[in-house]
Ligand binder design. Structure first.
Ligand code: 13P
Length: 251
């Protein structure tokens, strides 16, 4: 096992019923058997409807839970269908994913994301802040510019940087089976970390990769040594595949 701390975040997106909880037993047993692996962090982000049940299920198992979004409003209020950070925290969740491209595509802009990050941190949630370029932006060689813009605006006036994980998720790799070449990924992750350290005053920036991570490509992705973990969508909905990804990273 590597000594480096590695995060494995399962983003279940719009997937799962209460009956899906049974499939988590495999992961709980896996975590128990690897109790001493302090450098291994597993975090599940199910839909809101399953958050409470997941927290209960993971009691005493050293697996953390997170939401997939939250309102930018910190107080109770009228927006029907919204859930704020304090409501999430009150369930004993620890994390929230913000800035996901699937939300950005529906109109969430950097300013709103910035407010959400601020509200989440105020309510003592840790933030998994997603950034990434589209295929068009990549073709136009705008990746760095886009990432800088998202980081600058999303993290504007944000403190508590130690409670933020960055997830680099190229939009073109999400759900497509495509992943960046290792050397390209390594370059982008270094670029993000240098920026976070030098310009954003992060002491120890942590950056995850997300986008089509699977048991098939993890042996390659794990070679990108400056990564601190993975944000896994589709493959995390199958416990066997998710465990496989974790095992192969640590072999
Ligand atoms: P996939 O792993 O299904 O490509 O999804 C990645 C993602 O969006 C995780 O947040």
């Amino acid at each position: 096992m590597t000594n480096k701390l590695r995060y494995f975040v399962a983003n279940w997106k719009m997937y799962g019923h209460l009956r899906s909880l049974n499939s988590l037993n495999k992961v709980i047993n896996f975590r128990k058997k690897n109790k001493k692996a302090k450098n291994l962090k597993i975090i599940y982000c199910p839909p809101f409807t399953l958050l409470h049940a997941f927290v209960q299920k993971f009691k005493n198992s050293n697996i953390k839970t997170g939401a997939q979004n939250c309102s930018f409003l910190s107080s109770f209020g009228p927006p029907t269908g919204s859930i704020n950070a304090s409501m999430i925290k009150s369930l004993k969740c620890d994390y929230v994913i913000l800035g996901h491209s699937e939300k950005r595509a529906k109109g969430e802009n950097d300013k709103i994301i910035n407010k959400k990050i601020s509200s989440a941190l105020k309510n003592n949630l840790k933030v998994i802040f997603c950034i990434g370029e589209t295929i068009l932006q990549k073709r136009k060689k705008m990746t760095k510019k886009i990432l800088l813009n998202q980081l600058n605006k999303g993290l504007h006036k944000i403190k508590k940087k130690e409670n933020i994980l960055i997830a680099y998720e190229p939009v073109w790799s999400i759900g497509t089976g495509l992943v960046p070449k290792c050397e390209d990924l390594n370059r982008v992750i270094s670029f993000i970390k240098i920026f976070l350290r030098n310009k954003m005053k992060f002491k120890n920036p942590k950056v995850l990769y997300g986008g089509s991570v699977s048991p098939q490509n993890i042996s390659l992705l794990r070679k990108v040594l400056n990564l601190d973990g993975f944000l896994v969508g589709g493959s995390s909905q199958n416990s066997k595949k998710f465990i496989d990804i974790i095992k192969k990273t640590f072999i």
